[in-house]
Design a binder for this molecule. Structure first.
Ligand SMILES: Nc1ncnc2c1ncn2[C@@H]1O[C@H](COP(=O)(O)OP(=O)(O)O)[C@@H](O)[C@H]1O
Ligand SMILES: [Mg+2]
Length: 429
């Protein structure tokens, strides 16, 4: 690798996903330097972090210019939906992620559902509404159980599974009249309830070309046995035997390829991550939603499984250039376990000192999310999802054993984790 082709890479965000991206970029021979904004306590131990809010588009562009950045990797959805990639491209800085127009696939569920309908991509039957009266009329002909969704970004909290008609009516009124979710609830999607197991497919897209990462599954509920409140995610694993090679090929044909063709037909230039949330129903695979960035915590299992250098792939996507035909992956399985602060997703303490093992196995990694590092290097808790521990092994069972052994060596007072991550896959006959 010539010095001239080495890059300064800026990773934007502050979660476990971004820490995993930083680690993957640091491992690349193409990386001259990796920096992050705003970063977290773990990233601050490894790279220079710049304290800028992810919504600060002008600030991020100025930072990238001042630091001579040759590739920006955008972690979260909010800056994508605010047009960060458009702003970086306007000053000639390649940025991984879709521009604002493409980011609507995630930032507007109504837009996404209409996109699915227009391009014949399998999804739940639905209708979009901005007014209460027609929405209530629709509920009369499509009674509960039914799903009501705030169309805009709601940090994973805008979906109401209404088991009863009363709950459905209340959700419609809360969102469209009551200002629940603010502007994000000014438009709603009402859709049919689907039944089945969920799985995720992540594709890296550049114009007409795409490469898929292995299928994964996550655990959103706070409690063991998938009970309790919804969270940002308590753990994930890859691969999943529920998505066979045949099913993966079918998903690429029925979902990913028509999506890319749809972008072309609609005149949308889309580069970046397409992360499909799927329901594996008895009547085939249906897409619940698209996200336009990597999942958190899925990134923490997916990136370490990629045996290729990911930086040239992200850079090609950022420039809209063709991607390699396929990515290469390690054999075996990977798991990630989230260590949360007690009380999460409700209120939880901050500022607890975290202690770490001196050394961990080399197929395990500790990734930071809600942590802070002071000048003396002490790491304290600073968020709900504090850290995550990921590992790879020949089997999911061995990966889980390794990850949990590391989890037991990381301590802070209110530490909370689920002990059953991967249970569905581990208990399959
Ligand atoms: N039509 C549906 N039928 C059954 N469950 C659904 C449906 N839509 C969403 N869900 C459940 O709600 C979760 C969140 O919905 P999703 O559309 O992924 O929105 P977001 O991730 O933005 O909150 C899904 O992971 C799934 O568990
Ligand atoms: Mg989702």
């Amino acid at each position: 690798m010539s010095e001239a082709s080495k890059l300064t890479i800026l990773v934007i965000g502050s979660g476990g996903r971004e820490h995993a991206l930083v680690q993957k970029c640091l491992a690349s021979p193409m990386a001259e330097r990796v920096i992050a904004a705003p970063g977290n306590g773990g990233m601050a131990s490894e790279v220079d972090c710049f304290d800028l809010a992810v919504e600060n588009i002008e600030g991020m562009v100025a930072l990238a210019q001042a630091q001579g950045v040759g590739l920006v990797v955008v972690g979260p959805e909010v800056p994508l939906s605010l047009g960060l990639v458009d702003a970086l491209q306007a000053v000639g800085i390649p940025a991984y992620g879709p521009k604002k127009e493409g980011a609507q696939l995630e930032s507007s569920k109504a837009f996404c559902k209409d996109f699915f309908a227009r391009h014949h991509i399998p999804t739940a039957a639905y209708a979009n509404f901005t007014e209460v009266a027609p929405a209530l009329e629709y509920l009369e002909s499509h009674p509960a159980p039914i799903v009501i969704k705030a169309s805009g970004l709601a940090a994973g909290k805008g979906v109401i599974m209404a088991e009863t008609q009363d709950k459905a009516i209340a959700a419609v009124k809360d969102m469209l009249e009551g200002g629940a979710f603010g502007d994000s609830g000014a438009e709603i999607v009402i859709e049919e309830t689907l039944y089945g197991e969920e799985a995720s497919i992540h594709a890296i897209v550049s114009g007409d070309s795409f490469v898929c990462l292995p299928p994964s599954q996550d655990h959103k509920r706070a409690g063991e046995g998938d009970t309790g409140l919804n969270t940002g995610g308590m753990g994930a694993y890859t691969p999943t035997s529920r998505v066979t090679a045949e099913m993966q090929a079918a998903i690429e044909e029925a979902v990913i390829k028509p999506t890319i063709a749809g972008f072309k037909a609609d005149g949308i230039e889309f580069n970046g991550t397409l992360y499909a949330g799927l329901m594996l129903t008895d009547h085939g695979v249906k897409v619940l939603e698209y996200n336009v960035r990597f999942g958190d915590p899925e990134t923490q299992v997916l990136l370490p499984m990629v045996s290729d250098d990911l930086v040239p792939v992200l850079l090609a996507s950022a420039k809209g250039e063709p991607l390699p035909e396929k990515l290469n992956f390690h054999d075996g399985a990977a798991i990630v376990i989230v260590l949360a602060a007690g009380g999460y997703p409700g209120s939880y303490p901050k500022g607890e000192i975290i202690t770490f093992p001196k050394e961990i196995a080399n197929r395990a990694a500790i990734v930071h999310a809600g942590t802070k590092r002071d000048e003396a290097g002490t790491i304290t808790t600073n968020g709900g999802r504090v850290l995550s521990v990921s590992s790879q092994a020949p089997s999911l069972k061995e990966a889980a054993e390794l990850a949990y052994s590391v989890c037991d060596q990381v301590n802070f007072e209110s530490k909370y984790l689920r002990r059953d991550i991967g249970h569905r896959e581990l208990n399959r006959k």
